[in-house]
Design a protein around this ligand. Structure first.
Ligand code: F6P
Length: 529
């Protein structure tokens, strides 16, 4: 396959960027074309997207779609769905889509549905709290074995059992698990040890602390209070866990919330709602697999990411969900996007001369407005923002919800419209220093505007719409990764730090600093207790 920067479409995009893209002014674009919103917004299953406040136009989109075809994105997508080993560095298929496909509709269906049925049956038994006695569920896992459930459980709080609380312990820093354990009673606690490999340092260390705490607190029957979700059933058995839900090496950690890794979600929201979450993801899978690229939302978001990263050279994207339930969405997306596409070589291992994953970061609105939005509006870098708005709230406070939505709209409007110095001069500003010249003040109060944003809209935040939203993000990351010609499904970049940590660990018990650089040796001396 031709590398993206060697394609005809890439050259055309470069020319288009120089001629029209760099200078495209959103305000002019809307004035020139009253149909811009309709032309550049899309309804996908469960998710509406307004892409019109982005610095592109229909011609840019056309060229980007040509780029996707030249880079073989549809063929690569089909290969993923078919179970071909597209994760070439690990020789694995990439089949998280099979986890949410109806029975018989995707590869590995029998094993997927057997584990799903068993996991959901177990979740329902735990939800029968009068019988199970379970009041607290503690998920011990990290990365993909943590972030999905940690994001989805609060997002779906409106659907959650009220008599069970879910807790999440991920960090090897003991300040994570200590306050969680403080609130628990062993007889009413279920620990879920979630680890694809069952070798991850953080998870194993926390699981051991939890087991010791359980025994020390007089807990009886470890086997009844600890369950495991893993592909490494032997290691779970060696830990003393007999209830185990498996998954497979063709499910990447950051794509695993649809597998038994979703157990805490299933315990929180129940079988029917968990199945609705899977169904929502599946309808987005079908959309991605079947819709032409002209109306394919994940593909268009991924292509827009390429346009921004490689032509506008924007290096980050901020995510602003205007729904407090989605407070962990930015963290979830950080792993999804940056662990997938934070790669510097192509499939043959050759260094890339162009940028790949942007930095993905954010906070829920309106909190972010009172923290970093200053920089988004007036800072020296242009950072595209992605707003997520939910039309119908799951609470009775209509006034609060209207304010949240008005803020969301106001922010994308302000980013785009900006404010000229002339407009600023017309403002009355009682808080301004009287000693400051009016022109100087107006310059401080000017907004350049023309700052791009996307707004995603859900009718309501339900298991089905959340499933669709997350699958949308997965396929968007797939699309940009496929254009860049990288392997979005390995994560070798996390290995070096893990190996060096294992070498450093014994040095905390000795005075040995030989072989270390002076900085690490100096810091080790300071940190050693
Ligand atoms: O951080 C690296 C990583 O391998 C992630 O990809 C993964 O989600 C996480 O560690 C946890 O791994 P495991 O589920 O095997 O404990």
């Amino acid at each position: 396959m031709t590398r993206c920067d060697q394609t005809v479409a890439w050259r055309a995009l470069q020319g288009h960027y120089e001629a029209h893209g760099r200078e495209l002014d959103l305000r002019d674009a809307f004035t020139r074309d009253p149909g811009r919103f309709a032309a550049l917004s899309l309804q996908a299953p469960e998710v509406f997207a307004d892409l019109s406040k982005n610095r592109w136009d229909l011609f840019t989109r056309k060229l980007l779609i040509e780029l996707a075809h030249e880079c073989g994105v549809p063929a690569r997508r089909d290969a993923m769905f078919a179970g071909e080993p597209i994760n070439i560095t690990e020789g694995r298929a990439v089949l998280h889509t099979a986890l949410r496909a109806p029975r018989g509709a995707a590869p590995h269906s029998d094993e997927v549905h057997a584990v799903l049925d068993a996991m959901l049956g177990f979740a329902e038994r735990m939800r029968d709290t009068a019988r199970s006695g379970v009041r607290d569920v503690v998920n011990i896992g990290i990365g993909g074995s943590d972030l999905g459930p940690q994001m989805a459980v609060p997002a779906l709080d409106a659907f959650a059992a009220r008599d069970i609380a879910c807790h999440f312990v991920s960090n090897v820093d003991g300040h994570d698990i200590t306050p969680v354990l403080r609130r628990l009673k062993p007889e009413s606690t279920l620990f879920v040890v979630a680890s694809k490999t069952f070798t991850t340092q953080e998870t194993m260390a926390n699981a051991e602390v939890a087991r010791q705490w359980f025994v020390d607190q007089g807990g009886r029957d470890v086997a009844r209070h600890f369950v495991a979700v893993t592909t490494n059933l032997e290691a779970a058995a060696a830990f003393g866990i007999s209830t185990t839900f498996g998954f497979w090496d063709w499910v990447g950690g950051r794509y695993s919330m649809w597998s038994a890794i979703g157990l805490p979600i299933a315990i929180a929201i129940g079988e029917a709602n968990f199945r609705a979450l899977l169904a929502g993801a599946h309808v987005m899978d079908r959309h991605f697999a079947e819709a032409p690229l002209e109306s394919n939302l994940p593909a268009q978001l991924g292509l827009l990411d390429v346009w921004y990263r490689n032509f506008h050279r924007f290096t980050s994207r901020s995510v602003a969900p205007y729904h407090q339930g989605l407070r962990r969405l930015p963290a979830y997306l950080q792993q999804l996007e940056m662990e997938s596409n934070g790669k510097g070589v192509d499939l043959d291992g050759h260094s890339l001369p162009y940028g790949t994953s942007p930095v993905v970061w954010g906070e829920p609105g309106t909190n972010g407005q009172h923290a970093f939005f200053q920089m988004l509006h007036q800072g020296t870098d242009v950072i595209p923002v992605e707003f997520v708005a939910v039309r119908g709230p799951a609470h009775p406070h209509a006034g609060l919800h209207r304010k949240a939505l008005a803020n969301c709209l106001a922010q994308s409007q302000a980013l785009m419209l900006g404010k000229t110095a002339l407009q600023a001069r017309g403002d009355k500003v009682p808080s301004a220093s009287a000693a400051l010249a009016a022109d100087t003040l107006a310059r401080h109060r000017t907004f350049a505007g023309n700052r791009p944003s996307t707004t995603l809209v859900l009718d309501a935040l339900t298991p089905r719409s959340l499933g669709a939203l997350i699958a949308l993000y997965e396929h968007r990351v797939f699309t940009s990764g496929a254009v860049w010609g990288i392997n979005s499904f390995d994560q070798w970049g996390v290995e070096l730090g893990k190996a060096l940590c294992n070498e450093l660990l014994p040095r905390f018990d000795s005075v040995e600093t030989r072989g270390l650089d002076a900085s690490t040796a100096g810091l080790l001396s300071r940190l050693r207790g």
